[in-house]
Design a protein around this ligand. Structure first.
Ligand code: KG4
Ligand code: ZN
Length: 341
């Protein structure tokens, strides 16, 4: 089965074709970074308009690369995300599926991220613990099967990616800040600022990043405007604090659930320091961590095509009405039946 996947939940227009026998056979992406950069963050109306103008040419290109006129099914992100942006993808996907007379399936954006790790060659078997870390979510989930998700803990305030973005903005790195902050931190020594590790010592699996953000604001205020080394040191200490918390809570989740496999997904999973520290930490607990390749960590069409395939092969598809959800708890999804041989 060839599934066309469409992602438009935020600031990337992603389109890809996933073939059940060959994997991801075509993939195209347009990032809106430049359109939003001047505003320091994503402007929802600009996002919707940009998706509208980019999506159709990208779909054509993805099909051309896959050398096909029409797919066997269309999968689209139906939430969570920006409602206007989601509607562009959902309406386009639903209309194409109607015209092509193929099924369409609504995909949960975070399920797309989570299942992307299964596209790796050494993908783990179920069950496993998933750490979802993106611009909007920080969640630990016990995954007992495809579609069977139990929330173990989540951020009570800012998401990890949001903390990266806000800290980057404070350090003058612009939007989107996560990758720029990680680059700045990579060249710094660190160890100069004593930043908090919120909730790390407390029991439980919830996160909080707003206190850390405030501590960074105070630390930044002690730096002279031209102290580039100080800013890099602060970036490094901030990254280390976030990574300490994410690693500490992830290992606790493995211990509490007794799982020996873990999957990390979402934009922050592209962070090299997090990848290295989690590999180390998990190895000490005789567990194995899988990360999708960095290009599949941030938003993309391939993860939507792939997650859509899981639901389509189990017989799921959507009626003609187009529905999207700005908020959508992952635990509300129905478990997916295993693939047919
Ligand atoms: O999953 P994603 O592309 O979009 C959402 O669904 O939110 O995640 C984007 C988030 C942003 O906050 C971005 O700054 C962060 O992921 N991010 C990173 C890195 N690459 C992306 N954060 C830290 N280090 C990175 N290398
Ligand atoms: Zn995402």
């Amino acid at each position: 089965m060839n599934v066309l996947g469409i992602e438009t939940s935020c600031d990337e227009t992603g389109v890809a074709v996933y073939a059940s026998d060959r994997g991801v056979i075509s993939e195209v992406l347009h990032s809106q970074v430049e359109a939003h950069a001047a505003y320091g963050g994503v402007v929802p109306e600009i996002a919707s308009r940009d998706h509208s103008s980019r999506l159709t040419p990208l779909i054509r290109e993805a099909l051309r690369q896959a050398d096909m006129e029409r797919p066997d099914a269309v999968a689209y992100t139906a939430g969570p995300g920006l409602v206007g942006a989601l509607l562009v993808g959902a309406a386009t996907a639903r209309s194409l599926a109607y015209g092509w007379e193929v099924p369409a399936v609504a995909v949960h954006h975070m399920e797309g991220h989570l299942l992307a790790a299964l596209l790796e060659e050494d993908a783990p078997d179920f069950p496993f613990v998933a750490l979802l870390v993106s611009g909007g979510h920080t969640q630990l989930i016990d995954v007992t099967g495809p579609g069977a998700y139990r929330l173990l803990g989540e951020s009570l305030d800012d998401a990890a990616g949001e903390a990266f973005d806000k800290t980057a903005k404070l350090l003058g790195l612009g939007y989107p800040g996560g990758p720029a902050l990680a680059r700045l931190a990579a060249g710094a020594a660190g160890g100069r600022f004593d930043l908090p590790r919120p909730l790390l010592k407390r029991p439980g699996l919830d996160f909080s990043f707003s206190g850390l953000k405030t501590a960074v604001v105070h630390a930044a205020a002690t730096l002279a405007a031209d102290d580039a080394v100080g800013r890099a040191d602060l970036a490094r200490d901030f990254e280390e604090a976030v990574v300490d918390v994410l690693v500490g809570k992830s290992l606790r989740a493995l211990a509490q659930t007794g799982r020996s496999a873990m999957v990390v997904a979402g934009g922050v999973a592209a962070n090299a320091r997090l990848r290295a520290r989690l590999h180390e930490g998990a190895a000490e607990h005789a567990a194995r961590v899988t990360f999708p390749p960095p290009s599949l960590c941030t938003d993309n069409g391939a993860m939507i095509a792939h997650a859509g395939w899981w639901r389509l092969q189990a017989g799921e598809h959507e009626p003609l009405a187009v529905q999207v959800r700005a908020r959508w708890p992952l635990g509300e999804l129905a478990p997916i039946n295993p693939p047919q041989p």
